[in-house]
Design a protein. Structure first.
Length: 274
């Protein structure tokens, strides 16, 4: 593991000649905000993978289990604040607007830190969408409805998980009540990309356009094990762009990177982008 000071100097030197860096971030940048990450340093899942779209839409008990865990886990997730890494990237973008930021995270911490034109590749957990009519509403409103409909679940406490849910087992999830869409009584879902779903085309296109205009790519806090992120690293190298990785542990792009740094994301970015 490289020290943050050494990694920061190397990253600073690597970034210096570039004016249009395409930055892709993953869960590793948000661990400093108290949000757990999905994988260990070998890139393996630390827990069972998150719910997939077919289970959510096709299995009422799986859907109730998801929303119950999400209801209990949301308050801690919502309290998370941008850390030094988010803030450093935001200041850097404001100072040098040519840099683009795409995130695989659903925590909205980059936007809250002040980053410009963030592409939330996998959506945002603070928004809820109706799968039937497309109506949207803030998650805070849905949380209030869940609280009113499930008073017995208010005081439950459990370990937080990466997707804003909580580690609940052994409970009767079938009794957890999920409110329908207020507009059409349809099925509500957090506006995030579940496993088994495709990333919306508009987001992919926005990210591809940003990459096409870039002169380098920097990956922060992602193992790139999910193809939706890895494809940008591969496309960058195929286009001849330098590729830097700042991540604790292995990534799927280790063998094509031009710079690999294993160090703390927040401290490294804070010093490198000062």
């Amino acid at each position: 593991m490289t020290s943050a000071a050494s990694a920061a100097q190397r990253l600073h030197d690597w970034l210096r000649p570039h004016r249009r860096v395409f930055v892709l971030t993953g869960a590793g940048i948000s661990t400093g905000s108290g949000i757990p990450h999905y994988r260990d340093e070998s890139g393996a899942w630390q827990r069972k993978p998150p719910i997939d779209f077919r289970a959510f839409t096709g299995d009422a008990r799986a859907r109730s289990r998801y929303w119950a865990r999400s209801f209990v886990g949301w308050p801690a997730f919502d309290r998370a604040q941008p850390n030094a890494g988010h803030l450093a990237l935001a200041r850097w973008q404001q100072r040098e607007p040519g840099h683009a930021l795409v995130t695989q995270n659903v925590d909205a911490l980059h936007s809250r830190a002040g980053s410009l034109d963030v592409v939330d590749l996998h959506g945002r957990l603070d928004e809820v969408v109706c799968l039937d009519c497309g109506a949207r509403q803030p998650r805070a409103q849905v949380q209030e409805r869940l609280m009113q409909d499930n008073p017995d679940w208010r005081d439950l406490d459990a370990a937080a998980l990466p997707d804003g849910d909580a580690d609940l087992d052994g409970l009767d999830f079938e009794r957890f009540r999920i409110p329908p869409c207020a507009a059409c009584a349809g099925m509500l879902k957090p506006d995030v990309v579940f496993f088994g779903e495709n990333v919306p085309r508009a987001r992919v296109s926005a990210a591809q356009q940003a990459l096409a205009a870039a002169d380098a790519m920097l990956v922060v806090g992602s193992s790139l094990m999910v193809y939706s992120g890895f494809r940008f690293a591969r496309a960058a190298r195929e286009a001849g762009l330098p590729l830097a990785l700042l991540n604790r542990g292995v990534t799927r792009a280790d063998d094509i990177a031009t710079l690999k740094l294993e160090a703390d994301c927040g401290a490294t970015l804070d010093a490198a982008l000062a």
